[in-house]
Design a protein around this ligand. Sequence first.
Ligand SMILES: NC(=O)c1ccc[n+]([C@@H]2O[C@H](COP(=O)([O-])OP(=O)(O)OC[C@H]3O[C@@H](n4cnc5c(N)ncnc54)[C@H](OP(=O)(O)O)[C@@H]3O)[C@@H](O)[C@H]2O)c1
Length: 278
Amino acid sequence: MRIVVTGAAGLVGSAAVEHFGVGAGFSRPDRLKPVLTPLTHRDLDITNATAVQKMIADLRPDIIVNCAVIGVDECERDPALARAVNVDGPANLARVAPSIVHFSSNYVFDGKEERFYSIADEARPINEYGRTKLAGERAVAAACSRSFIVRSSWIFGPGKEAFVSTVHEQLQAGKRVRAVSDVWASATYVEDLVLRLVEIVERRDYGLHHVVNAGVCSNESFAREAAHIVGADESLIEAVSTRQAHRAPRPRYTPLLSSQPLRDWRDALTAYISLRHD
Ligand SMILES: NC(=O)c1ccc[n+]([C@@H]2O[C@H](COP(=O)([O-])OP(=O)(O)OC[C@H]3O[C@@H](n4cnc5c(N)ncnc54)[C@H](OP(=O)(O)O)[C@@H]3O)[C@@H](O)[C@H]2O)c1
């Protein structure tokens, strides 16, 4: 089993590199040990179709795990780059991959109704990120029949300067934080996401999946839970609206319904924080 991870230096990419090769059945003694090649942005720009073809022809992976992405506010600033990285790049990979994992997002939904969204619900994105993520899903599925499209949401874990990954440290250090209180979604611990992904790949369960921790939160309720876990003063948290905090509009209410829910996000956050402070 040969595995290539693209966008390997990012939050999900790093966890995929750490866990994918040794997860579940891949490490069974009756199988060959997986050979995993992490490719960072510097190693491979997925928007360069010629470079993608050459690299994949050289490495001959059985599966590509694509973790490269342009984030929500940057997509709004640079829609051409967003399309190149979130749509054309994944299509370049899917065209040459025997099998591919591609990540997508809760932001493909408009979040107008206050309910959980299933894989059967119609996607109606309201920002550039959501539009390009949806187009990327479709491009990958059209180019590779053995594709796994995994939508996740508000992923937290080590090594990323994102609100959900770092808010507990800020609060513990006594710093004031601004937390958006009018946007709601699922949250997901990157370890839980990648371990579930290994199971999905093992089962060859191709197609569309929602993989998130159970429950729903806003950034404000997430910050309050983090404060509670680390014993910080909740008055450090200032509730703000998404309009005050963000460039790109966010869909208001987009928790995802999973067929096999992961543990509650509060338990996952406790596990993440305790691991960080061991
Ligand atoms: N984080 C979340 O909350 C979240 C939520 C839902 C879904 N997802 C999905 O999960 C996946 C991984 O996200 P993430 O949070 O791990 O992202 P991330 O931490 O921002 O990492 C993305 C990586 O992609 C690389 N990259 C950017 N342009 C590239 C290109 N042209 N070619 C190759 N690599 C490139 C970046 O490298 P440089 O920094 O060097 O450019 C970075 O290392 C994405 O599909 C995303 O849509 C994430």
